[in-house]
Each structure stands twice: as C-alpha cells, then as structure tokens.
Design a protein around this ligand. Structure first.
Ligand code: DLL
Length: 447
C-alpha cells in the first residue's frame, strides 16, 4: 500500500474483517435495528403494515428489499420529533439538515450515537494519515450543519489537536495555518481551492512552500478528479474525498484510502444498496444508481433504506490497502442535481471534468441553462486561470483559443455544444460552504 501520508487503519477489527464474518455482523445488526424501528417509531410500524411485513420477515441481507424506502419527504413530514426512537432525555445533540425546500429534517444523537460518530470520523482521519501530533484546521461550518462537529469529534477521538476555526474569513485561515503550523485541512473542496487562490493572489503566500498541510479532508459537495489534482497542486497536500449525510450520521459514512480508487464505506454501521432512481429496482454491483443507506447502529434517529439521492456505484473487489469493506465510487451528483440538456444526462461534475482537462481553465465556473424556444441552451461561464488572465492584461478577447478548447472538451465529454463565455478572474461567486453551480432558467423542465 502506498503510504504517502502515513495512512493507517483505526479499527482494523472491522475494516479488515473477513467477508463472511462481516455479513454475519451486518445481519445480526439489521435484525436488531429493524425491530427497534418497528417498535419505537410509529411511521415505520405503519410502513411495515402497509407492506404486509413484520420484523420477523427480515432475517438476512437479501430480505432488505422487502422493507419500503424512507425518503427525505418522510423525514420532513415527521419534523421535528416524529423520527425519534429514543426519549428526548437520552438525546444529547440535535442537528437539523438544511431545508432549502420546506421543513428541515431532524438528526438526533444519543451518547451512543456520538460515540459511533467519533469512531467513524477517527477512521476517516486515520485513512488520511492523521495522528496524535497533527493539528487539524477544521474549516467546516460549526452549528446545525454536521460538518463542523463531526470533524471536531473525530479529531478528539484520534487525540489530534483541533483548531475549530469554522468556515470563512479566508485571510485568517491562511494566517493561522502559517502561525500554528496546522497539518490537516478539513473543508469543502471548493473552499479549499479558494483558499489556495487567495493565499497566492491576495497574500503572496505559496501554500506548497509556506504551509505545513499534508492532507486535506474534503467533502459535503460533489467534486471531480481534476479538481482534486488542482487542489493538490495549489495546496501541496494529498486530498481525500469524504462522504456523509446528516440523515445517516453527518460526515463519516465513507472515505478514500491512499489508493484513491473509491471511498471505503463503514458497512458495519451503514448498509449500502444501489437502486435505479426512477424505478427503485435494486441494481447489481458495479452499476451506477442511487445510493440507499440503512443505519445499523443508530439509536436516536435510525433510518431504514434511506434514499440519499446521491448517484454512485459499489464494489466489493478487494483493495490493496487491505480493507475488506466495500467501496463506492466518487459521487457523480445528486439524482435531483442531474440535469438534462437536449436529452443528455449530466451533473455539474461532468462539466467540471471537461473544463479541467483544459490547461488554462480554472475550477471557477457556473452553468446557465435556458430554453428560449424549444431547444436547450447551455452556457458555461468560466474564469481563466489568473496567470493567463494577467498575461493578456484582462483582455478576454485574446483568449478565443482557450474558449474554443473548452467548447471542444465539453463536446467530447458530453456530446453537447455549449456556449463558453470566459469571464474575468474573481467575477464568479465563491463559496465557503457547499458550492452552487447551476442556474436553471428553463421553465417546466421534464426529466
Ligand atoms: O454534507 C455531511 C458532510 C460534511 C460530509 C462534511 C462530508 C464532509 P448534509 O449537509 O446533510 O451533510 O449533506 C449531505 O451532501 O447527500 C451529498 O449530496 C453531498 N455530499 C456529502 N459528501 C459528499 C462528497 C454533509 N464527498 C449531502 N461528494 C449528500 C459528493 C457529497 N457529495
């Protein structure tokens, strides 16, 4: 195994467990959690009744499909306390996931849940080479968003030092990184890229030489392999993809190992399935579809077959890092972020991938979708890299070759001819949290 950042395994007992034993453990936990949900949460009892099943019908992993899905809408309807399986006296922490449409959803944690959260986050840190002597710059938002506290608890569990700086105030991020010599950066990938640009352009600091970051734990939004390479170049660290969601635990569901060939899922706590997002039909290993997760150990707000809306695929093929647990591919996008342009399905990352294949294009872009008459028009606004922008003294008309190259790259990746508009550096919005890349101005778009 490559050991670029001294990666290690925090709970080898679970991560390297022989497959048969792992399945036994999962089935044992599945039977328990199914009964627990049925007995403690009235909406599950109702769902089971409607489906004509009882907890006794779920004995093995193959029985999982008998259980009806849980959707975000189910959880929203049950807001604020309808999803609680425990008495409020047992709940130590409440988080509400961002409700951009309608009610948020409640994610509650007992002492046991916080223990599991800390442990899975510690596994994540270990996978990214974090040790006791590391100083973690935690630039995820603290508060109701689970990013900040999840990364905080994991760092404490490992015994590392945590700098709870939260997101924002980029100048201070860079100054403190330098002064304290922080070694691990945790934030969204779009913010990491922004920090890299800001350090160079606004502060004259080259993070690869003047900061001590060795690894970055980036997640909470979709990003592409090309953006990873950009961030690594900008910040001089090894970038790890980390996945999770509030309804299931927060960050802590899966992470890459140094092989960077998918994200190992902590399947002893979170049971994954892939389904066709339209029909709900279970898909076989290797096929791309919507990730569905069942929490095997969650106490306060357990979920059975939760439709995450995230598109990925699974593999149980062995990884050379020795972990036996399944891997998921990098998230392609959300089923509901997926957009169609003239019938072709894509996600923002598809475009990001196409853009970053072109030298001179930056990772700052925005997609605008319009349908002035009957045909979709996709316009991609892209900032050129700063050095290129400066070379032409801000005269974008001199960069026609660059925009043609981007048009060609998008065409070869998606088959669609987009309008590419180069825009001045620093003119597109930057995000300290999750990036929002699409402006869909089309009316009544049907999928
Ligand atoms: O974003 C938890 C998190 C915090 C994960 C920090 C990683 C790091 P939510 O706010 O509930 O929780 O948003 C969950 O974010 O369903 C995905 O659509 C997206 N997402 C999370 N991680 C990734 C990732 C946190 N690595 C939603 N790649 C999920 C792509 C991600 N999308």
């Amino acid at each position: 195994m490559k050991d670029s950042v001294g990666s290690w395994i925090y709970e080898p007992k679970f991560e390297k467990m022989p497959r048969e034993r792992l399945v036994e453990l999962q089935e044992e936990r599945l039977r328990k959690i199914v009964r627990f949900c049925y007995e403690r949460i009235p909406s599950y009892k109702r769902k089971f009744k409607d489906a004509g099943i009882t907890p006794d019908d779920v004995r093995t992993l193959d029985d999982l499909e008998k259980i009806p899905f849980t959707t975000k809408e189910d959880l929203r309807k049950a807001y604020p306390y309808g999803t609680l399986a425990m008495d409020i006296g047992e709940v130590l922490e409440l988080h509400a996931s961002s409700g951009t449409t309608g009610h948020p959803t409640t994610c509650a944690y007992t002492k046991g849940d916080l223990g599991v959260w800390s442990k899975v986050m510690a596994r994540i840190y270990a996978s990214a080479g974090t040790r006791k002597h590391d100083i973690v710059q935690n630039a995820y938002g603290y508060g109701l968003f689970t990013g900040g506290l999840g990364f905080h608890y994991g760092a404490l569990e490992i015994g590392a030092t945590v700098l709870p700086i939260a997101s924002g105030n980029t100048e201070r991020q860079i100054r403190l990184a330098k002064e304290y010599g922080t070694t691990i950066l945790a934030c969204t990938p779009s913010y990491a890229a922004y920090i890299g640009e800001y350090a160079r352009e606004k502060m004259g600091i080259d993070p690869t030489k003047e900061l001590r970051w060795k690894s970055g734990l980036f997640g909470a939004e979709v990003w592409s392999e090309e953006l990873r390479l950009r961030i690594q170049e900008l910040l001089g660290l090894e970038a790890f993809d980390i996945y999770g969601l509030s309804e299931v635990i927060g960050p802590g569901v899966s992470v890459e190992c140094p092989e960077h060939n998918g994200l190992h899922i902590y399947v002893d706590h979170f049971l994954p399935e892939i389904v066709n997002p339209v029909t709900g039909q279970k898909l076989e290993e290797g096929k791309t579809g919507e990730l569905v997760l069942t929490t095997l150990t969650r106490e306060a707000t357990p979920v059975l077959r939760f439709r995450t809306g995230d598109m990925t695929s699974l593999t149980t093929e062995e990884c050379s890092c020795q972990r036996t647990i399944a891997r998921m591919s990098r998230i392609l996008g959300r089923a509901d972020d997926m957009f169609k342009v003239r019938g072709v399905k894509m996600w923002p990352t598809t475009l990001e991938h196409a853009l970053l294949l072109v030298a001179g294009a930056s990772q700052n872009y925005q997609i605008i979708l319009e349908r002035p008459e009957r045909l979709d028009i996709m316009t991609v606004q892209v900032e050129p890299e700063k050095k290129i922008f400066e070379r032409v003294s801000g005269d974008l008309s001199q960069l026609q070759d660059l925009s043609l190259e981007i048009v060609e790259s998008i065409r070869s990746v998606t088959g669609i001819k987009a309008n590419v508009v180069l825009v001045p550096c620093n003119s597109l919005p930057r995000f300290e949290g999750k990036a929002r890349r699409i402006k869909d101005l089309r009316k009544d778009v049907a999928f």
